[in-house]
Design a protein around this ligand. Structure first.
Ligand code: HXC
Length: 514
């Protein structure tokens, strides 16, 4: 054998890799509206930047005829590439090879990639499309999953982790995506569940489809497991590229705003607050008018719409936004919103993304459903998350900041750096009417005209507290600003807090109420 033959052999192996589990299986994958693992990586990475490792790994199972069913790479492609010039580690399961099932060798490849990503401090993206544990390998395969779970947790807070679920993801296998920071799904072709419809029917008698049980709508709208869903794989992969840019510490290039844009934004912000203090207005419009144009990207938009979370940019730098939404449930905090907000705050804090909080909150949602559902425990998560975060933190109170929700929503008292309020802010223990009924009860009851007295006392309470100036006089607010000044103040906040350092108490870890 000469060098030419050596080269030929490598070339043949490379060609063989392209065939994955076979041409007919690739055709079947396409017929189902799914791309192959290699096609997905091609779309995910900048052209020519993907470096594959462990392409020649094969399983070593000798049971059930598996000794004759070996494929180069063993059903998962691993390596690293670049996305808009930023390096990212990847693994993509290949359903055309034994259903993308996870053998010991397959797991070892993913774990090696994870270890490299952690050591080199690069984000990692996992593309799941798998029938789960390689049934032929039994407990060895379960061990492989556990090795991966362990690394998911070791990586948590060290490198950003994204899961793209692009096919089946069943049984205990769901826990790897669940341990990552964000999960995206593709409509109709991806499913996540612990126990499948057949098991559910046997155990409970309930008949349910894969789609209703673990489809993308279920997980974005009901369970809250998944952050975003996409109509097809290409848009999911484009979103993964965008995710990489948002979680990167490097700012994107910022083109200063045109003067006409500035004037238009100022007009929108100054005119957005309705005269009627209980009428809704669009917090999305507020966000759009404050941050870099078209930079806002909402996460989990289909669940707990009363709290908006997402990223935007300020002069190119990513910031995390948590905003009450007066257009849904008047912007109250409830169980789902608290959990959604807490997790987002903790992600941003872990990866040094400054936080901007917009507050218009009448309080926590009253009701026995909420109390029984653990609003105390779940609300405490959001409070805990803000209290422990050490990134630059800014707050803009646009209107209501009532009761405990005032404290929770990134108040000065819990460590925010720059607390701002618009002139329309109302900071009080509760709304004027409720407050007057309680504290002036006897005056109202004994009055000649109780209704008139209630009105009078409500107005008196409102005059006293429905404004930002008492909080400002106490230093609970750093400034009361015109809405049009919001962007300027936040940009200044980013600059002054650029080197913020907080030394948290020495401890093993805190005990967030779970
Ligand atoms: C080995 C598997 C496999 C698996 C699929 N295949 N899943 N091989 N182990 N887990 C193989 C099939 O035998 C088939 O090979 C090929 O992959 C394609 O599978 P199909 O069934 O033809 O595909 P499809 O009809 O699209 O159905 C996909 C599916 C189904 C719904 C995922 O394959 C399925 O139910 N698989 C088993 C799922 C499962 O029970 N997994 C174990 C879960 S327990 P051939 O050569 O015949 O075409 C688990 C625990 C993890 O994962 C725990 C971690 C702690």
């Amino acid at each position: 054998m000469g060098v030419t033959a050596d080269f030929d052999l490598l070339q043949q192996k490379r060609e063989k890799l392209q065939e994955a589990g076979g041409l007919s299986r690739i055709a079947h994958q396409h017929k189902q509206g799914k791309l192959t693992a290699r096609e997905r990586i091609h779309l995910l990475c900048d052209a020519g930047t993907f470096f594959e490792i462990d392409a020649f790994v094969e399983h070593d199972c000798q049971d059930f005829g598996m000794e004759n069913r070996r494929f180069l790479g063993d059903g998962v492609i691993t390596g690293w590439g670049q996305i808009e010039g930023r390096r990212v580690y990847l693994f993509a399961q290949d359903f055309t090879v034994l259903g993308g099932s996870l053998s010991a060798a397959h797991a070892k490849k993913i774990c090696k990639t994870y270890k490299m990503a952690i050591q080199n401090r690069c984000p990692i993206i996992g593309l799941s499309d798998s029938g789960g544990a390689r049934i032929h390998e039994g407990v060895v395969s379960l061990g492989g999953y556990a090795d991966l779970f362990y690394l998911n947790v070791q990586a948590s807070g060290v490198i950003p982790q994204l899961s793209l679920v692009m096919g089946p993801c069943a049984g205990g296998a769901v826990y790897s995506p669940a341990l990552t920071d964000f999960i995206f799904m593709v409509d109709h072709t991806s499913h996540m569940f612990i126990t499948g419809p057949d098991v559910i029917q046997t155990v409970t008698g309930e008949v349910i489809s894969f789609e209703d049980l673990g489809g993308s709508m279920t997980h974005t709208q009901e369970s809250g497991v998944v952050d975003l869903r996409f109509p097809d794989e290409i848009s999911a992969l484009q979103a993964a590229r965008k995710w990489c840019e948002y979680v990167s510490p490097e700012p994107t290039v910022f083109v200063p705003l045109d003067e006409t844009v500035v004037v238009e934004r100022q007009r929108i912000l100054n005119g957005i607050m309705p005269d009627n203090r209980t009428s809704p207005y669009s917090m999305h419009k507020v966000i759009e008018a404050v941050f870099d144009p078209e930079s806002f990207w909402e996460m989990k938009p289909e669940i707990a719409g009363n709290l908006i979370v997402g990223w935007a940019r300020l002069e190119g730098k990513t910031v995390g936004i948590i905003a009450n939404n007066p257009e849904q449930l008047a912007g109250v905090l409830d169980v789902e919103a608290s959990v959604k907000g807490a997790r987002f705050v903790r992600f941003c804090d872990a990866f040094q993304i400054p936080l901007v909080t917009f507050v218009d909150v009448p309080g926590f949602l009253p009701g026995s459903d909420q109390e029984r559902g653990g609003i105390i425990r779940h609300g405490a998560k959001l409070l805990y998350a803000f209290c422990e975060s050490t990134v630059p933190r800014f707050t803009v109170i646009t209107r209501k900041a009532y009761g405990g929700a005032y404290d929770v929503m990134n108040s000065k008292h819990i460590g925010a750096d720059l607390n701002l309020a618009w002139p329309s802010a109302e900071i009080a223990v509760m709304g004027a009417q409720g407050a007057a009924k309680i504290i002036f009860r006897s005056e109202i009851q004994s009055a000649e005209d109780p209704k008139e007295k209630e009105k009078e006392m409500t107005a008196a309470y409102a005059v006293k507290f429905e404004n930002p100036y008492i909080a400002a006089a106490k230093g609970f607010l750093d400034a009361v600003i015109f809405p049009e000044e919001t962007r300027r103040y936040l940009i200044e906040g980013l600059h002054v807090c650029a080197d913020k350092t907080v030394t948290p108490p020495i401890r093993k870890h805190g005990n967030i109420p779970l």
